[in-house]
Design a protein around this ligand. Structure first.
Ligand code: ACM
Length: 480
């Protein structure tokens, strides 16, 4: 199957094709099924249905998907010259199947828009197929994030993690702490103006994502990476003087102090507001790169954040470093630092934690593509560049030695924006590597091969060009 990314678990081509001209779309009566019918019409570019023409039928059916698959995102699709049937146990599964239909549509030898005849039975390898987007170092307006979400939906990604706070800026307005955005919403690395999302914009962004079955996970990074907070609220540092604005790239110098009287109320307000504004299940508490706090003080931060988030009814995810703390069961620990000892991760998993895989040497999509890529991120000799094939050719089960594969919830790409000042650069970094990570997270490992992926992803560039999305022409792919 020449056109599908990520490759479905099972796909079999058949003879013939279904012309799109006059095709009608039939779906169940619920509001969401009717909306999905409209989404399918739009993505397939369908015109007016003709009464005598075949139909694409969308239907809810628990029996859909590969035998034995339990994922709510599973679906079955059958296309022949006589019509097409898409079934799934949930509307989420129908949406994933519609993404497959959109990629299948093509033009036949006679110039007609068609769906090739095919049988697909599909389900994702992991439920968490994510992208972490840093909007703190450089800010991206909601319309840019929407275009990122559109690309995510095409590749069946399910989680958009927004890194909303860091030393350089605070990007989410909070009712209880207005100064965070009034003061630290301005500015970013370099001389850009920065910006922030109002509560209303954040809600609309989450709704835009949810309509594409993408869950937004907001992150307040603490107790390090906190200069934007201490720049707005001087009472968070000893002496009470707000810290200076920071527009550089260094990390690890900022921190909160647990014993100051204003710290705990601040954390309760901030995590409380963020949890209340979150439509999805998770809040990210950060926890990375805290170089100047003892383990005891660090633990108090992590456990307090954990308490506030869970008391607000959300689940907790945090960066790898939180595995140093004795964590409540079900905490999601996000692995990133491939140069560090992973013993704390194994201990955390033994205690009931789950692992989200973001190995920096595979899925940090701000990294250089190759040694000559002057504007890409570069961590020096300890971290090689990441070409498309590096982002593709790795096996999640082997990423953290000694961790039970059942503890892995998924794979999340990350893109840090220190060197990403605009949308053009953002997409040039994401594409094509994001498509590779999406396939790692969706497709069963025995169905994957670099050669197969390289042939399939080549065709995607036509759509990227049509939509004005920049991409890097990675070697080893015969770009369309
Ligand atoms: C990280 O890259 N500091 C999570």
């Amino acid at each position: 199957m020449s056109s599908l990314v990520p490759l479905p678990a099972h796909v079999r081509t058949a003879d013939g094709s279904l012309p799109l001209d006059g095709l009608s779309v039939v779906a169940g009566p619920s509001e969401e099924e009717q909306r999905l019918a409209a989404v399918a019409r739009h993505l397939l570019g369908l015109g007016a249905p003709a009464g005598d023409r075949p139909a694409l039928v969308l239907a809810l059916d628990d029996a859909a998907g590969p035998g034995g698959a339990a994922s709510p995102e599973r679906y079955s699709l059958e296309v022949s010259g006589a019509g097409a049937a898409l079934t799934a146990p949930t509307t989420e599964g129908l949406f994933r199947g519609i993404a497959t239909l959109a990629q299948l549509s093509t033009v036949d030898g006679e110039g007609r828009a068609v769906l090739p005849a095919v049988v697909v039975k599909d389900a994702p390898r992991y439920p968490w197929r994510g992208l972490s987007l840093d909007v703190a170092r450089h800010f991206f307006e909601p319309d840019v994030v929407e275009r990122v979400i559109d690309v995510m939906a095409r590749y069946k990604l399910s989680v958009l993690h927004l890194h909303l706070t860091d030393d350089q800026g605070w990007r989410l307005e909070l009712p209880s702490r207005r100064l965070l955005t009034e003061i630290s919403g301005k500015g970013e690395i370099g001389d850009g103006v920065g910006g922030f999302y109002t509560m209303d914009e954040f809600r609309r962004l989450q709704e835009y994502a949810a309509a594409r079955y993408v869950q937004v996970v907001p992150e307040f990074d603490m107790p390090g990476h906190t200069n934007a907070a201490t720049h707005a609220y001087g009472e968070l540092v000893p002496g009470g003087q707000p810290t200076d604005r920071f527009g550089g790239e260094e990390v690890g110098f900022s921190k909160l102090s647990f014993d100051l009287p204003e710290t705990e109320p601040f954390l309760r307000d901030v995590f409380g507001d963020i949890a209340a504004a979150t439509l999805g299940e998770y809040v990210h508490i950060g926890g990375d790169e805290v170089f100047t706090l003892g383990v005891e003080e660090y633990s108090r931060f992590v456990l307090l954040a954990h308490d506030v988030v869970t008391a607000a009814g959300k689940k907790v995810v945090g960066w790898q470093e939180i595995a140093e703390v004795e964590l409540p069961a079900d905490t999601v620990v996000q692995y990133w630092e491939t140069r560090k000892d992973t013993a704390p991760l194994r201990r955390a998993v033994a205690g009931g934690a789950k692992i989200l895989l973001s190995p920096a040497d595979r899925v940090y999509l701000d990294m250089k593509y190759d040694a000559d890529d002057a504007r890409g991120q570069d961590w020096g000799a300890s971290m090689p560049p990441i070409e498309l094939r590096d982002a593709y050719d790795w096996e999640p089960d082997a990423a953290v030695e000694g961790v039970d594969p059942d503890a892995v919830v998924g794979v999340e790409a990350a893109i840090w924006s220190e060197r990403i000042p605009d949308e053009h650069t953002l997409f040039m970094r994401l594409l094509p590597r994001l498509a590779a990570v999406a396939e790692v997270a969706w497709t069963p490992v025995d169905a994957r091969s670099w050669e197969g992926f390289a042939a399939r992803v080549a065709r995607e560039s036509t759509g990227w060009r049509d939509r004005g999305l920049t991409f890097h022409e990675s070697p080893g792919v015969d770009w369309a």
